[in-house]
Design a protein around this ligand. Structure first.
Ligand SMILES: Cc1ncc(COP(=O)(O)O)c(C=O)c1O
Length: 354
């Protein structure tokens, strides 16, 4: 072809999890919430469907920044809104990491980081996690333009402490991005690091805990000078009117989100115990999903279980990659969905035994 830049010709492109277009699947593969947004959020979305959609939205989504400032206690100038946290990650890569610069991150993790580095023609320095999923020593190095830690991490669900993140922020010369897509399901979060370190950006999303994957809204928290730098490279109207309306309503209704996150944590504990009873080995999860390794010598592999579940219209995530291909990542659904998953898994396991 030759139309594209060489790095674009060569790259694979990000492969999102399956989004089946037919109904009838139990969908436990892309970490969506099993619970709907609150009635107030749905009302705000409907109320935003007015003739005003002929007008561009506020370029800085200030209504969302103000609502976030009240909830999280940081000044508006330290907050930036994006079209999902993916959009904020794109801005960070665009502004900070380019040709001749390096993006570092521990692996396995969210594979979009590699894709974004490839798009920018930057070098990706992938440092393997140790078996206990603490931060790898090799990350603590100067010379990287930016370092990203998904915390809690995907697809493992594991988390590192704020103390570790603080040490990392001090050890590196570049920016530290703490991607907190799953922080509402965890014991700890890193927003206080923005106050303590000039080089920390914390990312949040409305996709998971606020049940708004389909709306696309994320937030970045950082020092004013970092926010101003990122705003220079963003799309002019990156957050649409519906996302602004839903985001403001969701932040005003924050207790409803917290209640759903608690329900998901309770179901996570139940699923972990049930999987252990079946011989699976779940990693300790701080997220709205569990990564569990298949039992050894059970007569089936994780990949076979994934395919057998899919045939029964239950979708979980299988990664055909070293270090991950012996397990499944299972999103925490509602109780009915998790009961169905376990029933199918037991039937499939019984049919392969012996
Ligand atoms: C670690 C991590 N960061 C970011 C995202 C994307 O979030 P958003 O929907 O806000 O773009 C995901 C989604 O799966 C994720 O796992």
């Amino acid at each position: 072809m030759g139309w594209f830049r060489p790095n674009i010709e060569q790259m694979q492109g990000y492969a999102p999890g399956e989004q089946p277009q037919e109904r009838g699947f139990i969908k436990l593969n892309t970490n969506e919430s099993p619970y709907p947004p609150t009635p107030a959020v749905l009302r705000a979305l409907r109320a935003a469907a007015t003739k005003d959609v002929r007008l561009y939205p506020d370029p800085m989504a200030n209504a969302v920044r103000r609502a976030a400032s009240e909830v999280f206690g940081l000044p508006v100038g330290r907050i930036l809104a994006g079209n999902g946290s993916d959009d904020l990650l794109t801005m960070i890569l665009r502004a900070v990491v380019g040709p001749g610069r390096t993006l570092a991150y521990p692996v396995p993790t969210y594979t979009l980081y590699r894709t974004l580095a490839q798009i920018e023609n930057a070098r990706a320095r992938e440092v393997p996690f140790p078996p206990d999923f603490r931060l790898p020593r090799g990350l603590f190095r100067r010379g990287d333009a930016a370092t990203i830690v998904a915390n809690p991490n995907s697809p493992t669900g594991t988390a590192v402490s704020n103390a570790e993140l603080s040490r990392l922020a001090r050890a590196i010369g570049g920016l530290l991005v703490v991607d907190e897509a799953y922080a509402d399901f965890a014991d700890e979060h890193a927003l206080s690091l923005v106050e303590r370190h000039r080089n920390v950006i914390v990312l949040r999303t409305f996709s998971k805990s606020f049940s708004l994957c389909g709306v696309r809204l994320g937030l970045a928290f950082a020092r004013e000078e970092v926010i101003e730098g990122l705003a220079k490279v963003k799309d002019s109207y990156n957050v649409n009117r519906f996302a602004i309306a839903a985001g403001v309503a969701a932040l005003k209704d924050i207790e409803a989100m917290r209640a759903n996150a608690q329900r998901i944590r309770a179901t996570r504990r139940r699923l972990a115990r049930a999987l252990e009873d079946m011989g699976w080995r779940p990693l300790p999860s701080q997220s709205n999903f569990l990564f569990a390794r298949a039992p050894k010598g059970a007569g089936y592999t994780a990949g076979e279980m994934y395919r057998a579940l899919k045939a029964r219209r239950v979708l979980v995530r299988y990664f055909d990659a070293p270090g991950l291909d012996d397990g499944l990542r299972i999103t925490i659904g509602n109780d009915r969905e998790i009961d169905a998953l376990l029933r199918h898994m037991k039937t499939i396991a019984a049919s392969r035994a012996g």
